[in-house]
Design a protein around this ligand. Sequence first.
Ligand code: UDP
Length: 359
Amino acid sequence: MNEKKYRLLFLSTPVGALGSGVGGGVELTLQNAAKALIAKGHEVEIVAPEGSVTEVTKLTQIAGTMQTSAQTEVGADLVVLPQNSVLENMWSYARASQHQFDLLFNFAYDWLPLYLTPFFQRPIAHWISMSSLSPVMDAMVSKTVRKFPDAIAVNTRACADTFSDGDRLTIMGKGIDLTQYNFVEKPTKPSLAWVGRISPEKGLEDAAEAAQSTGFPLHIFGLIQDQEYWQQIQASFPQAELHYEGFLSTGELQQRLGKSSALLMTPRWVEAFGNAAIEAFACGVPVVSYSSGGLKEIVRHGKTGFLVEMGSVSGLIEAISQLDQIDRSACRQQVEAEYSLTVWGDRLEKWFDKLITNF
Ligand code: UDP
């Protein structure tokens, strides 16, 4: 174990309260990173928008207007900061309290924290949770990483490769708290699950179509971000047995997910990682996924699930018919070997060692 004990300030996503689901996978990622580092003896404080909840560690809530999610601003060549911005307010808090910490860890996919990197008296580690979506972010990622070579991490090689300076980004992978997920040997009855924000880039319509064709019920878990899109899906596949289960806590989600025959992941964008995939594996649930971004690095075709060409509903249907070829214990084994909090905590700690030593 590392002898040095760091005091770390984590700055959450400014698009929504921690625990609300608006931030997508980054909410779980931040909390798991905190757990992994606390387990190694470090101290973590989380700063997050007002209304946030977490059981992991000390939380400071900051008021202000939320940022717009970057996935709704694809191609943007300008930066938007609302009046009384929560992002601005969180970074004012960070500036005022920076001397109590050894390092600040930013989870916002936003221009401002990157821009602020040289103005702070403490090192800032940046977690870039999505692929390159806009020229304005891409350019600021480049400028920052050229000046601070180890400052920016992403989950996967596939995510890094979408950025102009992708070869300069640190590939950090991911870890989840496996004690929170129970392995389920067999599905209760044939059924499919879909987990994620209900928003066009996540491609729920293809999963609904596959459910309609196969006759499998599809249980949908996640926040409805785009109500019109959700209504449209229900209207387009009237014969599909779709069950909307709401946005659940990790404990409830894993319990329901574990009963499924498979998780369908049908993203229509370059999925930077796909937390839901490793959560499914932890429950012993194989993943039938579009061959997109980070998911190509996660799903082992024919072993822990199937990779299907993006947009190919017939491919999904064929994969669903072959699910009995998958040994569910292989899914759990993969996540234990590659995505445990211990392995990830070691990696995060080494990254911080480097940033703090070289600062
Ligand atoms: N999630 C959840 N409860 C739900 C549905 C989803 O907590 O009912 C979480 C899930 O655990 C995962 C996140 O939502 O961490 C979705 O993340 P993913 O990386 O799959 O996609 P993103 O939303 O980041 O694009």
